[in-house]
Design a protein around this ligand. Structure first.
Ligand code: ATP
Ligand code: MG
Length: 443
């Protein structure tokens, strides 16, 4: 989004944004009101993994604490005046998104904002004080991202906590979120190798969280929370739902069920017992979305295809059927062998039995291996060296129950038409679970 909006365009954009936000509001409020209760518990118990911690010995438990001992050495504290300057007075055409927490602006911190500051593009998220998320959620994000540092986690540059104002300042991820690229963009630039690299990056982020001395469960793994930089390096954002994992002889942590429809692990939805394997399931859903190019829930599809996992998982281990469901936009970009390995990995991650799912560290190893043995150049140059490029089998008979796959252009059309489903499908969990649908992206 540039700065060259005409007044009319700006007005139209704002109208569209407000309209979309209004449509989502009821639902988000319901969700976020309940999230606050859980996040209270989460913020209280924040004990950060030592191997990734900054110098802060203990996470502040509330804003008063944070003000007394102002945070983390690698996180800057900004004034509201500086935030106003960085966002050009929160100019509407600098809005790059909005979630349940509040509006996200693109901004710049430079000499004009703070003398001597090295110019940096940032994303600034302002807590909506009228919303249901408050200090606790804001603090949880500061505490987790203030201490966790990894190349596949979004970097928190700083925050502002002045009077009633609560803002978060992140590194700016120029390519935006994965959801937009995969499902909303016409002419997707996400080819096979890029998708596999994104999967690997995200897996590394999760493996880092799970492997910490005090493991962290991310709990909200989904395409809209995976952000990408100019080179499509992917990072996990949004630690509002993150939770300390089980310690010692604990097998799980008990929580109220929260997350997003379509991504939450079945046993977690049923029992509220949370383990790092719940994140592995969420990862499986995203991997499946990357393979098939469809959203986890899509009500615009025939009813038996509404729920991506239910529909596609049984086909992942079925060679011929697998190649009929892979995203046709990636046709010719992968070898049969590799595609089958990735499909099998997704199948395992989506196992109903949590113990049947691999650890994220195994997932990283598998994806890393696949990348090193096969990059797109290697495929194209390999000729007859044993790798078989996948081609859609033209003469494969299509049974009545497996209608033909739409062509690329039909698919683009469908993708544009369909927003992620919001209602419950027959496979979805009962309504007392706090699961929510992906929030709108206004870009
Ligand atoms: N650091 C960033 N760089 C670039 N864009 C960002 C950044 N942070 C957020 N965004 C954009 O703003 C959008 C809204 O972010 P936010 O995390 O507030 O909500 P969400 O993830 O869409 O919904 P939810 O409230 O469910 O988390 C993101 O989807 C993304 O497109
Ligand atoms: Mg988010």
């Amino acid at each position: 989004m540039g700065n060259c909006y005409s007044m009319e365009e700006q007005k139209l954009y704002q109208q569209r944004r407000l309209q979309q936000h209004k449509q989502e509001r009821q639902q988000l409020h319901f969700v976020k009101r309940n999230q606050v209760e859980v996040r209270h518990e989460s913020a209280k118990s924040l004990n950060m993994p030592e191997n990734s911690a900054s110098s802060a010995p203990q996470a502040p438990r509330n804003v008063k604490d944070l003000r007394k001992s102002p945070g983390y050495s690698n996180v800057d504290i900004f004034t509201y005046e500086e935030m106003t300057l960085a966002t050009k007075h929160f100019r509407p055409d600098l809005i790059i998104g909005e979630g349940g927490f509040g509006i996200v602006y693109k901004g710049v911190i430079d000499e004009n904002v703070r003398p001597g500051y090295k110019t940096v593009e940032v994303a600034i998220k302002e807590l909506n004080r009228e919303g249901f998320q408050g200090d606790r959620e804001w603090l949880a994000e500061v505490n987790y991202l203030g201490q966790l540092r990894h190349s596949n986690l979004l970097k928190l540059i700083g925050y502002c906590c002045e009077d009633e104002h609560r803002l978060l300042v992140y590194e700016y991820m120029v390519s935006g979120n994965l959801e937009r690229h995969l499902f909303r963009r016409v002419g997707s630039t996400l080819n096979w190798s890029r998708r596999m690299k994104i999967a690997l990056d995200a897996a590394k982020g999760l493996a880092f969280l799970h492997g910490a001395e005090r493991p962290v469960i991310y709990r909200d793994f989904k395409t809209s929370n995976i952000l990408m930089d100019a080179d499509f390096n992917a990072k996990l954002s949004d630690f509002g739902l993150a939770k300390d994992g089980p310690m010692g002889d604990q097998t799980h942590v008990s929580t109220r069920v929260m997350g997003t429809y379509g991504y939450a692990a079945p046993e977690y939805v049923m029992t509220g017992h949370l383990t790092s394997r719940s994140d592995v399931y969420g990862f499986g859903v995203v991997l499946l979305e990357l393979l098939v190019g469809r959203t986890a829930l899509d009500k615009s599809r025939p009813s038996r295809e509404h729920n991506l996992v239910e529909w596609a998982r049984p086909l992942l281990n079925h060679n011929k059927k697998l190649f009929r469901i892979l995203d046709p936009r990636m046709e010719g970009q992968y070898s049969v062998k590799t595609a089958m390995k990735v499909a099998h990995l997704a199948y395992q991650c989506l196992s109903q039995n949590p113990k049947g799912r691999p650890l994220m560290s195994n997932v990283v190893d598998i994806l890393e291996n696949l990348q090193s043995t096969e990059n797109p150049e290697a495929i194209l140059q390999s000729g007859g060296s044993g790798l078989t490029l996948y081609k859609v089998p033209r003469d494969t008979p299509v049974t009545k129950s497996e209608k033909r796959l739409p062509s690329s252009s039909e698919r683009e059309h469908n993708v544009q038409r369909s927003k992620p489903g919001k209602g419950r499908s027959k496979s979805e969990p009962p309504t007392d679970c706090i699961l929510y649908s992906p929030s709108p992206d206004f870009r």
